[in-house]
Every structure is written in structure tokens, then in C-alpha cells.
Design a binder for this molecule. Structure first.
Ligand SMILES: [Zn+2]
Length: 431
């Protein structure tokens, strides 16, 4: 029997609301015990003194770029970056090349992940063929192939009748529909949040209303169909308000927010840094405050990185021509720790939003340290100070607004199914 004993850490289990200093014992890939001064023969011992021990993070919104854009990232490099960031499961969006709108692509991703990724990878299939927003994919076949959810992320589904049918059909295959809520006509060519910054820079604006009206529409369709709707990367004050209302009404509406929309405003763009370009764009401080409040209240269920690697030459162009998106895995924990240090979130609440929230929505394993559950565990050093350099990271890309910044909070160990896949001293380990 393979045993690992994580000794003396602060155990934070959002599933049981446990917060105490104790030892955690893992046997054969499962959580086997939590207690004081546990003794285990022939166990690998991890000293977690001064550290937090929590369920491994689960990221429900990532872009791993394989198949088709392996020069940006692939399942191996993305999986390794995720492990280094404390993630034990990631769900990947369908905007690959070819698009994941066919069971053969879904199976390819699962096979590649099994072979090459240190963390669990769950494919999210396209909701419409080619992400074109017109013809529904074969949801049942994709579900059988292993898709955990459906999304045309990157594109807003413009046709409300198509969205209605997607939601209706999603009930039959028991999967959530994830929407990138942005009205493409209203957004038009907009690249930064509409407001003072867009005016000052003279860049085409993307109004917060483009997100709000789409969130309102899709909530109405969720009410009409009774389906499960998940709003990706919420970024505006009004969208949070609409989601709060929908939740109060008892609709099955969930939401996620990214570390950047929780901590950065459109002022990041004042230097034309293309690492501040993403969709939806960075918003006003008022929007950031509303997203933070939504996450703290639990109106927003989960933090999701929207990890979106792009090659240096692609981002090293004029702001208006650069692709949208930034890296997320290796900075997520220290960035969101800002909300713990400001006492907006307790450590236990943060662990809930980093793992259990996504587990509940996607209905995948993880998010719990209950006896018998899968030993996907992260050991965190909340005090460690370090400087982030994407070139030292595991992603193939470098596009991060936090490049060169000082961070507080670091991943010490990541364990998937009881096996250490990352440790701070040795890095990501080959299995
Ligand atoms: Zn998106």
C-alpha cells in the first residue's frame, strides 16, 4: 500500500467546512484520515508546517490549444503549468483547431491528457458546429465521448432561438451550458472597456452593456427552459446583479470570475500593454468591486483562470491587432490571495471558490478532503514572497500582466490521486 502523510498543516476542507491544524493521511490515492499526530508506517512524509492543505484547485475555464495550436500551448505544457499552479483538474474549451465539435476530437484530448498531463483534463465540447452559433453539435455523442459541458466560448451565441434549443437539449444529456456572454454586434470591434480609458487611448470601446444584455437574455432563456446555465468570466456590476436576482429566484444559474477581473482595472491598458487585452476586457474599479462582492457572497461560484496562451510574436503587435487572453495557471493563487489579505474572503471560502465551486457545476471528482475521496490535494505557503517570471514557468507562452511582479502566496506541493506531481524544490515531476 502506498502511503503519504502530510504533517502539521492547516487543513482547509470547504466540503466539510473543516479548518484545523492536523495531519492528513493518504492511502492508495484516497484520503484515509485527518487527525493529530497520525502515525503511518513506510509513508512518504510531507512537512506542511505553516502551510495550508486543501483540495486541489479545479479550473473550469482554460484553453490548452491542442489540437492545432501547439506553438502556443499543448496538453502536456498546459497540464504542467496547471500542476505548478496548484490545479489538479482543468476543463478545456472547444476553440481548438479542429474545433472540439466531434467525438473524435473529444477522445483525442482525453487520450493526450492521459498520456501527457500530470493533472486531470476534462474536455468541454462546442455547443454549435464550428462555434458558428448556427447548428447544434451532436451533444449526446459528445457527452458519451467524455465531454463534461458545452460551450462556444470565445463567441457569443447571437441567435436566441439557437441558445434556447441548446439549453433544452442540454437537459436531455444532463450537462451545463457555459456561455461567453458578449453581444457581438454591440461589442463590434471594441478592444477595451468603454469609458475614460478607451477615450483617452483612442481605442475602439467594448461597453459593459454588451455583457449585461447577453447575461439578461440567457437568464431569461434559463428560466424558460429550466436548464442549467453557467456564465463564464463575469466582468460587470450589472451582470453580477442579474445573476444575484436569478439565484434568489431559484434558477439554476451559476457563474465564474477570473483572477484578473477580480484585481485589475482598465487602467492596466494605459501603457498599451497587450498583456492587458482580453475578452471581456478589464473594467472599471466599480465593476471589480462588484465582482469581488459577488464572489464573496457566493453569487459567483468559482474562480476560473481563462488561461489563454498566445505566442510572444502574436502579442508583440499593436494593441488593436493583438489576440485576446492571458496566462492564468501559475499566478491564480497568489493573485486571489489579495482577497484573503483584505479579509473579504476567509481562507476556507477561498478554497471553496478555487475547487468545490467548479466541482459542483461540472459534477467531477475533487473539492473535498472527506475520507475515501480522491486525494487531489494542494499544499500552499500563504506567506511566501516571490517574483513571477513567465519565462521560468511551464507554459509555452509568456503573456501575463503580472510578469515581473512580486507575489505573495506560493504552491508548495500538488498531488493528483495521492501522487506528488509538483513540488516547489523539484518542479513538475515526470510520472
Ligand atoms: Zn470566453
Amino acid at each position: 500500500m502506498k502511503r503519504t502523510l502530510i504533517r502539521g498543516g492547516r487543513i482547509l476542507d470547504p466540503a466539510s467546512l473543516t479548518d484545523l491544524t492536523a495531519d492528513l493521511l493518504i492511502e492508495d490515492g484516497k484520503i484515509a484520515g485527518i487527525g493529530q499526530d497520525l502515525v503511518a508506517e513506510r509513508a512518504e512524509v510531507i512537512d506542511a508546517t505553516g502551510c495550508w492543505v486543501a483540495p486541489g484547485f479545479v479550473d473550469m475555464h482554460t484553453h490548452l490549444r491542442e489540437p492545432g495550436q501547439e506553438y502556443k500551448e499543448d496538453i502536456r505544457s498546459g497540464g504542467r503549468a496547471a500542476a505548478a499552479g496548484g490545479f489538479t483538474s482543468v476543463a478545456c474549451m472547444a476553440n481548438t483547431d479542429p474545433v472540439n465539435d466531434d467525438p473524435s476530437v473529444t477522445k483525442f484530448i482525453i487520450d493526450q491528457a492521459e498520456e501527457n498531463s500530470p493533472v486531470r483534463v476534462y474536455p468541454i465540447a462546442a455547443a454549435t458546429v464550428g462555434l458558428a452559433g448556427e447548428v447544434m453539435t451532436e451533444m449526446s455523442a459528445l457527452r458519451q465521448a467524455g465531454a463534461v459541458a458545452f460551450s462556444d466560448d470565445g463567441r457569443g451565441t447571437e441567435d436566441a432561438a439557437v441558445m434556447r434549443h441548446l439549453l433544452e437539449y442540454s437537459k436531455l444529456v444532463d450537462a451545463v451550458v457555459i456561455v461567453h456572454a458578449e453581444d457581438e454586434c454591440l461589442r463590434a470591434e471594441g478592444v477595451v472597456n468603454e469609458g475614460f480609458v478607451s477615450t483617452q487611448l483612442g481605442l475602439p470601446p467594448n461597453p459593459s452593456t454588451a455583457e449585461e444584455i447577453r447575461v439578461a437574455r440567457d437568464i431569461s432563456l434559463a428560466r424558460m427552459t429550466g436548464a442549467r446555465l453557467h456564465i463564464a468570466h463575469v466582468s460587470t456590476k450589472r451582470a453580477v446583479a442579474y445573476i444575484r436576482e436569478a439565484r434568489d429566484e431559484g434558477l439554476q444559474v451559476t457563474a465564474e470570475v477570473s483572477p484578473h477581473h477580480l484585481t485589475l482595472t482598465d487602467r492596466e491598458t494605459l501603457g498599451f500593454d497587450t498583456s492587458s487585452k482580453m475578452a471581456p476586457p478589464l473594467r472599471s474599479s466599480e465593476d471589480v468591486a462588484a465582482c469581488r462582492a459577488g464572489l464573496c457572497e457566493g453569487v459567483i461560484d468559482a474562480v476560473a483562470t481563462d488561461h489563454a496562451p498566445h505566442a510572444v510574436y502574436e502579442k508583440d503587435v499593436e494593441f488593436i491587432s493583438a489576440p485576446c487572453g492571458i496566462l492564468g495557471f501559475e499566478t491564480a493563487y497568489p493573485v486571489v490571495m489579495e482577497l484573503v489579505r483584505s479579509e473579504e474572503l476567509t481562507p476556507l471560502e477561498l478554497m471553496d471558490r478555487m475547487s468545490l465551486g467548479a466541482v459542483r457545476i461540472l459534477r467531477v471528482p475533487g473539492g473535498s478532503l472527506a475520507i475515501g475521496s480522491v486525494a487531489d490535494v494542494v499544499v500552499l505557503d500563504p506567506e511566501a514572497i516571490w517574483k513571477y517570471d513567465p519565462a521560468q514557468g511551464y507554459s509555452k507562452s509568456r503573456n501575463s500582466p503580472w510578469s515581473g511582479r512580486e507575489m505573495q502566496g506560493q504552491i508548495a506541493y500538488t498531488l493528483v490521486g495521492g501522487t506528488v506531481v509538483f513540488d516547489r524544490q523539484r518542479g513538475v515531476l515526470e510520472q
